[in-house]
Design a binder for this molecule. Structure first.
Ligand SMILES: *[C@@H]1O[C@H](CO)[C@@H](O)[C@H](O)[C@H]1NC(C)=O
Ligand SMILES: *[C@@H]1O[C@H](CO)[C@@H](O)[C@H](O)[C@H]1NC(C)=O
Length: 260
């Protein structure tokens, strides 16, 4: 247990340096086609295009965070008040932006959504705009966290999954799997992006437990019955649970910064 807590502390301290809740200043560009986002580093594939009505973003490595940042939600608004609304656009991070000239590259739809009524074509014409952004909780309304079994999985020897529709404002930092009803947990490793895998796959129906950043600490999320014993590659399974926590960080002095 002590070892686990040290490990957890390490994970938390390494993931909490960005001060998600602060307002950050940067620039944003857009993709003229949605193809880059669906071939993305997060591993969402074409599923990404169906997320969040197509309001998507690729983020630079400090936002992508070796895949931990995949699925995080951001509110982004452009700073030109003539052209852009105060509400801005709300996006899900679905890819790594390897071009470091802007922190974000948005889907065209998300980029246009920053504009005031009638100004979308002017904003598109600029191509790159000054923006400010902050991380916000993801809200999937009535949808639960889901587990997608990856095509690379080979029952019964190898299981690769990714999580879809992760609510709240937390990071998934550890994943364990066990047979339903068993306490013989096996840890899974982050393969890349949002994909976790193991080649020690328990038999039978499977349950998962995750460690997410929550409160000022880590928190367990337990999904007691997720995969049936005949789980299949390519299928998406409802986890039966959802995350609504917002991780708290010590972000002085921006802790009580309002976004006016
Ligand atoms: C906003 O954009 C318009 C059109 O590009 C430009 O004329 C104006 O100077 C910009 N305003 C500011 C404050 O940058
Ligand atoms: C941006 O990327 C280029 C090429 O990868 C690199 O030479 C440059 O130093 C980077 N700039 C910053 C600010 O990281």
């Amino acid at each position: 247990m002590a070892l686990f807590l040290c490990f957890l502390f390490f994970l938390l301290s390494s993931s909490a340096t960005a001060c998600d809740r602060c307002v950050h200043q940067t620039k944003a560009a857009y993709f003229s086609s949605s193809a880059p986002l669906s071939s993305g580093a997060c591993g969402y594939g074409s599923l990404a295009l169906g997320f969040n009505g197509g309001y998507l973003a690729a983020g630079v490595s400090s936002l992508y965070r070796d895949g931990v940042g995949c699925g995080a939600c951001f509110q982004i608004r452009c700073k030109n008040e003539t052209l852009c609304s105060r509400a801005g656009t709300k996006v899900i991070l679905a890819d790594l932006n390897r071009n470091n000239q802007t922190d974000f590259v948005l889907s065209r739809r998300a980029f246009m959504a920053m504009a005031n009524r009638g100004m979308a074509s002017n904003v598109l014409k600029l191509g790159v705009v000054d923006v400010e952004y902050k991380r916000i909780p993801c809200n999937y309304k009535s949808r639960n966290l889901a587990v997608r079994v990856e095509e690379t999985s080979q029952r019964p020897h190898y299981l690769a999954i990714k999580f879809l529709y992760q609510g709240g404002q937390t990071d998934i930092i550890a994943v364990d799997v066990a047979q339903v009803g068993s306490s013989n947990w096996h840890y899974m490793s982050r393969n890349y992006g949002t994909v976790w895998d193991t080649n020690r796959v328990p038999m039978g129906p499977l349950q998962f437990r995750l460690v997410v950043t929550g409160g000022f600490d880590g928190k367990w999320i337990w999904a007691p019955n997720v995969l049936p014993s005949d789980w299949k590659a390519g299928m998406i399974y409802d986890s039966g649970v959802q995350i609504s926590d917002v991780a708290q960080e010590g972000c002085w002095p921006c802790d009580d910064q309002d976004w006016k």
